[in-house]
Design a protein around this ligand. Structure first.
Ligand code: IPM
Ligand code: MG
Length: 365
């Protein structure tokens, strides 16, 4: 991929810490990125901007123009999480979540990659039996990110200031499905070469279009095996027999739900990174978990999902594959050595706090 706006070996990274545990995990990850940059002799310039509740408080809206402009001027974006009780009563475009949805859309990030890996060392943290986990789970959810019901026509109907009816619409064009399908098939080519497309084609017109379009695009990838599954069955199969999946391709809403489900198989949502990419190399990297306001400022959040998101950033936006591999290896070593944060500690295992975990991972890089 082409590197943009930079001389060689210098990367501008936008940091959007957001709310709750967001600042702590982004800060931890920035330390990891700095260490890798020193080791591999490239330069990183961080630029921070507000998003979500933090932006509502300081700028009056969840996604200020300056944040969008900053992201567009950078090579990659690293985000924490948004939202919290303080902003829970806000509605419509003032909700903190509109910050995330808006930046995905503004940057044209139509493809969301969410790997769910059960690390051997963490098998005990998974709620699934050993017989189901077998020799490990490695699923990549490819979620469409800028279409579907999240962005379709919607309306709330009020009578005497009381909402009496509302609708949201699931809308897809063939073009939107084609481009996300190609992402999924290309990802599968570098893995076990299997794509399972998840839809609700027995009920929804939008899903029938999804299925026929994915079928058509699959002809460009005859080395990849395509199967289809209804979303209700997929939710069940993820628990019953998760090892059957390699790449799961699905729409915005089903992907939101199934990726949370997949995360639980791995033991903790605190472990799962994500990459949101589009047609240029500029991507946005964030943990799939939320802002966890209940544990904000307690220094106990698991920074691994965000640290692994930085690894995805090196892989997909900056083409620094060695950096990506080193981060992943350090995290695996950390787990194999028995280090745990609170969310992944089971039985008598001692839990490290966020700073301690970050420092151990830094040492292992
Ligand atoms: C996610 C989150 C977001 C989504 C919310 C915060 C808008 O749940 O990234 O999975 O629904 O996409
Ligand atoms: Mg979600």
């Amino acid at each position: 991929m082409n590197k943009k706006n930079t001389t060689q070996n210098e990367y501008k990274i936008a940091l959007l810490p957001g709310d709750g545990i967001g600042p702590a995990i982004v800060n931890a990850t920035a330390k990891i990125i700095n260490k890798i940059a020193t080791q591999l002799e490239f330069k990183v310039i961080f630029k921070s901007a507000p998003i979500g509740g933090a932006a509502i408080d300081s700028r009056g809206c969840p996604l200020p123009d300056e944040t969008v402009d900053l992201c567009k001027s950078c090579d990659a974006v690293l985000m924490g999480a948004v939202g919290g009780p303080k902003w829970d009563n806000l509605t419509g475009n003032m909700r903190p979540e509109k910050g995330i949805l808006g930046i995905r859309r503004e940057l044209g990030l139509f493809a969301n990659l969410r790997p769910a890996i059960v690390y051997n060392a963490l098998k005990a943290a998974s709620p699934l039996k050993d017989s189901i986990l077998g020799d490990g789970i490695d699923i990549m959810v490819v979620r469409e990110l800028t279409g579907g019901i999240y962005f379709g026509k919607r309306r709330s109907v009020y009578r005497d200031e009381e909402c009496i009816a509302a609708y949201d619409t699931e809308e897809y064009t063939a073009y939107e499905i084609e481009r996300i399908a190609r992402v999924a098939f290309n990802v599968a080519r570098k893995r076990k070469k299997m794509v399972c497309s998840v839809d609700k084609a027995n009920v929804l017109d939008s899903s029938m279009l999804w299925r026929t379009t994915v079928q058509r695009i699959s002809k460009e990838f005859d080395d990849v095996e395509l199967s289809h599954m209804y979303v209700d069955n997929a939710a069940m199969q993820l628990i019953r027999n998760p090892r059957q999946f390699d790449v799961v391709l699905t729409n915005n809403m089903f992907g939101d739900i199934l990726s949370d489900e997949a995360s639980q198989i791995t033991g903790s949502i605190g472990m799962l990174p994500s990459a949101s990419i589009g047609s240029s190399s500029l991507g946005l990297y964030e943990p799939i978990h939320g802002s966890a306001p209940d544990i904000a400022h307690l220094n106990i959040a698991n920074p691994i999902a965000t640290i692994l998101s930085a690894s995805m950033m090196f892989r997909y936006s900056l083409s620094e594959i060695e950096a990506a591999d080193r981060i992943e290896k350090a995290v695996i070593k950390f787990l194999n050595l028995g280090y745990r944060t609170k969310d992944i500690a089971s039985g008598s295992e001692v839990a490290l706090n966020t700073d301690e975990a970050t420092n151990y991972i830094l040492d292992l890089i």
